[in-house]
Write a protein that binds this ligand. Structure first.
Ligand code: UDP
Ligand code: MN
Length: 345
């Protein structure tokens, strides 16, 4: 082999090696990625995208009295909480405007109510009056929990209203029936209602409606101010004050006293509320304590530290036993008189 052939062989060998491994320090760095970019991570650091969709609906032309800033519709009652949540009173809103807005949204409202043991007797009065006065003209799903599905009277409801009867076990103590509502509501939101409704309200069954309860009740988190305690100073309201209970509200705190007979809001807010309140009930049970007014005490604590976005005045749960003051112009919903000893045992 002469030198020329050797040179050619060396050159071919070198070319092969370079072709196979590449030229060190020249080609390597440009091939190596600087950092693996996670697309999800990139998405997270981007600012939230604003929906610029320009399809929107317009309210129909309507004629109604003009609002004036210096002419409040009511001067005899508080219309706004200190955290700017409206308090709904007769004479402060125009139902036609509200209805026109909500018809476009086509929302579905769920109502959870319980008729266990002797409380089945209240079903007819509740459903009959709710069919007429509750969110008239809007879509409502009534979810009726009962241990006696066969005793639910067959009733013809308005076409936009639907009734779902859900069997539920009974408990020997009436307090447990009442408190377990929170747990049952929270688990039904998780399993089905979050796919079925936009807003959800929990209502006692031993009530009847006498006047319209419309979309003025709809908001993210809604509490009803008790008709028993709407003028009392906070320290005489029946909050749970014993620090051992999870429902305890320290002395000197409290906004309003809310009724557990009627509360609600968006499905996700009611999920948070019922889950938190039932957690409090469970922890109290484990510690051998029961709050003064059962789940209502836990509800009051929750709404103190998670301020409702809208408050319903006592018009929305007026206790039949009380005489009505001038400021409560209408009785929209009222408890049915019951012989406690007879219905609860
Ligand atoms: N409840 C029931 N069966 C009972 C006790 C209570 O179905 O034996 C349900 C029913 O929906 C009732 C709610 O729990 O409206 C709250 O109880 P109740 O109305 O007796 O409480 P109150 O309004 O008198 O505080
Ligand atoms: Mn009741």
């Amino acid at each position: 082999m002469d030198i020329r052939k050797e040179h050619i062989l060396v050159v071919i060998l070198m070319a092969g090696i370079i072709g196979f491994f590449g030229i060190p320090h020249i080609s390597q760095p440009s091939c190596q990625p600087v950092r693996q970019v996670d697309l999800d991570e990139t998405f997270l650091v981007l600012p939230r995208e604003t929906d610029l969709n320009v399809t929107f609906s317009v309210l129909p032309r309507m004629s109604y009295p003009q609002p004036f800033l210096d002419k409040p519709r009511r001067t005899d009652v508080l219309l706004m909480s200190p955290w700017l949540a409206p308090i709904v009173w007769e004479g402060t809103f125009n139902r036609d405007i509200l209805n026109a807005q909500y018809r476009q949204k086509n929302v579905i409202v769920g109502v959870a109510t319980f008729a266990v043991k002797k409380y089945v007797r209240f079903i007819e009065g509740f459903l009959g009056s709710a069919n007429k006065f509750f969110l008239s003209g809007h879509r409502v799903n009534f979810y009726l929990f009962t241990d006696h599905p066969e005793k639910v009277p067959s009733m013809k409801l308005a076409p936009e209203k639907r009734l779902f009867i859900i069997p539920v076990q009974n408990y020997s103590r009436w307090q447990d029936i009442s408190m377990n509502r929170m747990d049952i509501i929270s688990s039904h939101i998780r399993s089905r209602w979050r796919y079925e409704v936009d807003y959800l309200y929990s209502m006692d069954i031993d009530v009847q409606m006498f006047e319209h309860i419309g979309v003025e009740i709809i908001d993210t988190l809604v509490g009803t101010i008790s008709s028993w305690q709407y003028t009392k100073p906070r320290d005489s309201n029946s909050y749970e004050r014993r620090p051992e209970s999870r429902a305890a509200i320290p002395s000197g705190e409290g906004d309003f006293y809310y009724a557990a007979s009627f509360y609600g809001g968006s499905v996700s807010e009611v999920y948070r509320l019922t889950t938190a309140c039932f957690k409090g009930v469970t922890e109290d049970r484990a510690n051998g304590i029961e709050a003064k007014w059962h789940e209502e005490s836990h509800l009051n604590k929750y709404l103190l530290y998670h301020k409702p976005t809208r408050l319903l005045s006592p018009e929305y749960y007026w206790d039949e036993e009380l005489s009505r003051p001038r400021i409560v112009r209408v009785k929209r919903l009222s408890s049915v008189r019951k012989d406690l000893k007879e219905v609860r045992f």
